[in-house]
Design a protein around this ligand. Structure first.
Ligand code: SAH
Ligand code: SF4
Ligand code: F3S
Length: 444
């Protein structure tokens, strides 16, 4: 008799760190013999990998967990596991609120998922695993990667910065770095499997290796990965402006495979707000850093994260943010409305900014940033850029890919069939706010 293959489905939310953890959950499930489910309603195991960085994320996820209640009633043998940052934050409370959840897996247990699930299946007794003191940082086992050519590589976990608005240090624990050889081994393995692009991940990659007591370890890591045969592109995120330094910028300038893209979140343009955010740099220092980046890597794309409506942000403070955006001319920015996270110092600060004011500031900021993105993209018109092909757009006759500076490029495939990860030269003729368009050079 044919036995039915067990299946899994993973809902992923949050940052690239979570995306990478999801690939590791999928890897462990496949090691246990599970296959991806086409329909989550019929899966044997569902993992909801959660984020709690802003209230909006939490609301969306709570809705999804609620939706699973009815599905579980129809399929009571199904295992529902809630993992990630919200599981870490809410712990037992979340289990009480959502009795359909069987397992709760905090952020320090990613490596242990396989054994935890096996144990659960033997006993069928719901449990939560939210101890943050288990600081395992070496990675083992299989990854089921989403992309066929671009791989997420975690290089460190946790964050020690305690920016006053941010929940991440509380749910991801203290910084711990992976050993360089463990990272290199994972990349070499992925190269063998055909991967070409590697994004080194951490909440603050520039403090990589500090826990080993090593100086400039991140710059050294970039240089080491650059040497690995078969690696075409190296990206990394996120950089903290306080810890980004000349050694790293030099490494980017000198390493052939490290992309000319700097993501340096400045969060706020006013020194008073930066101080209250506990960011550890001033507007002036940030501008010096941008100058240094441009002097070493003139064609670099520079992107950032910005928060509007931090407690006590006055109109003048906000205008300082707008002025900084105009002065730097970012290629793109992720802009957020400040979201109160209980347990963080900023949540207790007085002078919370009314929502209507926050929304108005966000709109004004986006207007300025969109013009800047368009302006930067227009500078590419007439230039030929190197693109790694990703896949067809909604229109199958038009392909998409990204430049080394991480800009989205669209071009007509004509009669050609591209492979994902293939290098294509595209001559840009059109610029929009979010993308550029052109023609493959062999077709020009
Ligand atoms: N470690 C990274 C990213 C952290 S989360 C860094 O330091 O840059 C990604 C972004 O979410 C942050 O850069 C910040 O802009 C935003 N963010 C974090 N907490 C927030 C909050 N409480 N409200 C609004 N945005 C927030
Ligand atoms: Fe949060 Fe700041 Fe750490 Fe980034 S550096 S994760 S914003 S505390
Ligand atoms: Fe969210 Fe956790 Fe990432 S809170 S942004 S998934 S580190």
């Amino acid at each position: 008799m044919e036995t039915k293959q067990n299946t899994y489905y993973i809902f992923n939310y949050g940052c690239q760190m979570n995306a990478s953890d999801t690939e590791h959950y999928a890897g462990q499930l496949e090691e246990l013999g599970y296959a991806p489910a086409e329909d989550f309603r019929k899966a044997d195991v569902i993992v909801v990998n959660t984020c709690c960085v802003r209230e909006s994320a939490e609301k969306k996820i709570a809705g999804k967990i609620g939706e699973l209640k009815n599905i579980k009633i129809k399929n009571p043998d199904m295992v529902i596991c809630v993992a990630g940052c919200m599981a870490q934050k809410d712990g037992e409370k979340l289990l009480k609120k959502h009795p359909q959840v069987d397992l709760l897996l905090g952020t320090a247990y990613v490596n242990d998922f396989k054994s935890i699930l096996t144990e659960y299946l033997a006993e069928r007794k719901g449990k939560y695993y939210t101890d943050l003191t288990i600081h395992q940082s070496e990675f083992e086992g299989k990854m089921v990667r989403q992309s066929s050519f671009s791989a997420w590589i975690p290089i460190m976990y946790g964050c020690n910065n305690f920016c006053t608005y941010c929940i991440v240090p509380y749910v991801r624990g203290r910084e711990r770095s992976r050993a360089i050889e463990n990272i290199v081994a994972e990349i070499e393995q992925a190269v063998e499997e055909g991967y070409k692009e590697f994004t080194l991940l951490g909440q603050n990659v520039n403090s990589y290796g500090k826990d080993f007591g090593e100086k400039n370890a991140f710059a050294k890591l970039l240089r080491r990965v650059n040497e690995i045969k078969g690696v075409e592109r190296i990206r990394y995120m996120t950089s903290h402006p306080r810890d980004m330094n000349e050694e790293v910028i030099k490494a980017v300038a000198e390493c052939e495979h490290v992309c000319e893209n700097f993501h340096v979140p400045f969060q706020a343009g006013s020194n008073e707000i930066l101080r209250r955010m506990n960011r550890g740099y001033s507007r002036e220092k940030y501008l010096e850093l941008i100058k240094m980046i441009r002097s070493y890597v003139p064609d670099a794309a520079i992107t950032t994260d910005i928060i509007v409506g931090f407690p006590g942000e006055t109109e003048q403070d906000f205008e300082d943010t707008l002025a900084l955006v105009q002065e730097v001319g970012f290629d793109a920015a992720f802009t957020f409305i400040y979201s109160k996270r209980s347990g963080t110092p900023a949540a207790k600060m007085e002078e919370q900014v009314p929502l209507a004011v926050k929304k108005d500031r966000l709109n004004r900021l986006m207007e300025v940033q969109n013009l800047s993105s368009l302006h930067r993209n227009k500078e590419l018109i007439g230039k030929t850029v190197e693109v790694l092909a990703e896949g067809p757009s909604k229109n199958p006759a038009v392909w998409t890919g990204r430049t080394r500076t991480n800009k989205l490029v669209l071009w007509p495939a004509e009669s050609r069939i591209y492979n994902a990860g293939e290098k294509v030269l595209v001559k840009i003729d059109t610029a929009q706010t979010w993308l550029v368009k052109g023609k493959a050079v062999q077709d020009v």
